[in-house]
Design a protein. Sequence first.
Length: 531
Amino acid sequence: MNLFALSGLLTVMTGLPIAIFVYWAGSDKISNRLWALFVLSVSGYGWATYRIALLEDMGSALFWWRVSMFFVILIPVFFYHYTRFFLNIYNPKTLALVYLSGLFFLMLDFTPYFIHKVVRVFGLFYYNSDPTFFYTAFVFWFIFLVFVTHYQLWRFYKSASGEKKNQIAYFFLATAVGFGGGVTNFLPIYGFNFYPILNLAVSLYPIIMTYAIFRHQLFGIKVFATGLLTGVILLVLLFQIFFSQTPSELVLRSLFFIIVSIFGMLLIRSVLQEVRSREKIERLAKDLEEANEELKKLDMAKSEFISLAGHQLRAPMTAIKGYTSMLIEGSFGKVAERSKEALERIFTSTEILTKLTSELLDLSRIETGKMKYDFNSVNIAEIIQNILKELEMNARNGQIALKFKNETKNDIKVWGDKNKIHEVIINLIDNAIKYSGEGKNVVIWLRNPVHGSSGALVAVEDFGIGIRQEEISKLFGKFARTEESKKIRPDGMGLGLYFAKKIVEDHKGEIWAESKGQGKGSTFFVELPVA
């Protein structure tokens, strides 16, 4: 076997597995299809070259030269198209012109106007000679198209960065080596006494591209590796079939080739499905991440809107509440009983609206991280006693008895913000009053923690509606309310316990609830570190 035949055989062996399995691995991707067609064209040229170099008959050599030129015409067309796609360059008119010019040469290929004569060169094989006008035009077209495409790659390489720059570099190197060696095949046609040994360089570009694929992920690595290995095995088995000596050997090798082909395709398909599933998950994860970022922006905008709206509403509501109170008290003259009743309803509704606005403002501060604290040593027993005085009227109206049991030896002082701790405890006691039936007791305990740590434990125990076990874990969530509480107080927003939890956590404390079930009361616990 001469070197010209060897170069063609090596081109097939290195290029064909890549062409088949790059196409198989990405049959849904235009870029993979174009690259596979380009490599397949080069492999077809390599096989025709191998056949030409072994022929002794001039007529057969002429036929195979035309076959080889069929693939050579396709090479720059697919190379140009893939490169434009790879670089994200879209120019349909130019691309159409390239395909039409390629089609023109293909139509001439099997006529005497393109190749009409071959001669034996170097005493080894038949070679194309006496080039026609159209063949010379084709050579210029080929070189021009390859040059323009590489020039475009070079321009993009200079402005690219990161992984894209590496991909372009390896792509440029591989194709430049392949085309650089392949172009020398035109020299003997024009009378240059140059043995086409550099045709061996054509077989190097798949090797460079294989390295680039593994190093810089030009295609799917896992599928490509599986396909390449399977393709090499099948190619070796195929050549064994061609060199079979007996009919039985031919049958056995063919049967083995078919079995390996089936298992190889199944293996590639399973790997391909795995890769596609992973890519789909990665795309979904990316979409989810982007959606999450968008939700964060919307949530921030919502919090800012609530804060702005709350501040704008607070002033007029305070004025409404103040003037209504003054009207009820008779500051502007005597008010009729029927009018007074209406004013009291206005005052009550304004109080509810003021409270809701305050809660929304607190929510906005918490979510935007603008909640401010003034930490000092705070007497927790004193806070509880003040709260009981504030809620005394509410408890009396509901016929609820409030009891405070201080089981600590000394007044415990905790480290925290007095107003915020006051807000937490009053919320718990107020809820206990609201959700206890008439004639029930609400007991507030002040204890040292049961587990003996250094802190103060406040427990607010009621004997009211109770809480279902499955609802306890949801109590401290935003806008969370039990089904029974919604029936008794439908006007609530479910933010009180959410605020309480945030405040306690900011004080490095803990808050939780316990209940034996519906109708059996409940106890809310707050543990705060001592000063």
